[in-house]
Design a protein around this ligand. Sequence first.
Ligand code: PMV
Length: 330
Amino acid sequence: MKITVVSPANIAFIKYWGQRESNLVLPCNDSFSMNLSACTTTLEMERVEDPIIQEMQIKLFEKEHYEPATEAQLGKVTAFYKTAKIFLHETKDFGFRIKSSNSFPMKAGIASSASFFSALALAFSKAFNRDLPEKELSILARLSGSGSACRSVPDGFVWWHKGENSPDSFAESIAASDYWDIADLVLVVSTEEKKTGSQEGHGGAQTSEFFNDRMDYLELTLPQIKDAFQKKDFTKFGTIVEEESYNFVNILNTQKPPLNYWTDGTLQCIKEIHNLRKKGTECYFTVDAGANLHLICQKKDMGKLESHLQAIPTVQYVISNLPTQGTHIL
Ligand code: PMV
């Protein structure tokens, strides 16, 4: 059996940061995101009878050839295989050969773990001969450890309900990818490896003295952004997105130990985005846990913004994304 799965990365308009249960990857708050058209993982899986065979090869962005995965990378895959087996109540084992390639560079401030693990969740469930409903597939992707992978499963614009327990902490589409003509331009200012991974980062979130304030803030903000989204009120929507990213970064900066990701390049881009807005092009920024910026704009402004942004000296390159479908079989 051979299967090819494609899955997008996603950018959160309201971030997931902090877990109330780390083993089950249960978040402290709901989050809301958009799937990214130019940032996908394509994963081929061949199921083989011999369960001893567990292999993975990776092709990096713009590279010609696949290379064997590192032990650490393969370790995460085999751990998730075990999780999938338990989740699906399966007893029989199989072996696998995986080939994975990304349409975007790693270390570019785009969560490649979300596109990879959502793709892997679908590939493993198919290899176990299961046709999971989307909700179940998102729960399985969440259990990979990269919680935001659950948001890559459904189409377009996606809401992750924090839920009470594991069976109701899942992601669902609140609008299809053609619902709204907005775009995410990723401004890559740094490709340096992050020193702290997201698992460790989530673990520290609640040590910030502002964490409870953030929870109160999100309780008010989540219905507000949903309302702006439903009314397609781009000004209100973008204002909330930008405000929330400052709120999120404040937690990063004040958790113990603090995570300070922004660089001079980040700040320069923020200034430029504010300048462009002052001059009349509506655009707002958001960030992930990193130095690179995501600029949210309307599709009609994409072209002119791209050329402005490319000209910022600290911007290495721009990756332009529209909303797109979720995890699917090719
Ligand atoms: O899913 P993780 O464990 O990689 O954490 C994702 C955290 C952020 O990317 C910073 C925010 C988010 O909601 O995507």
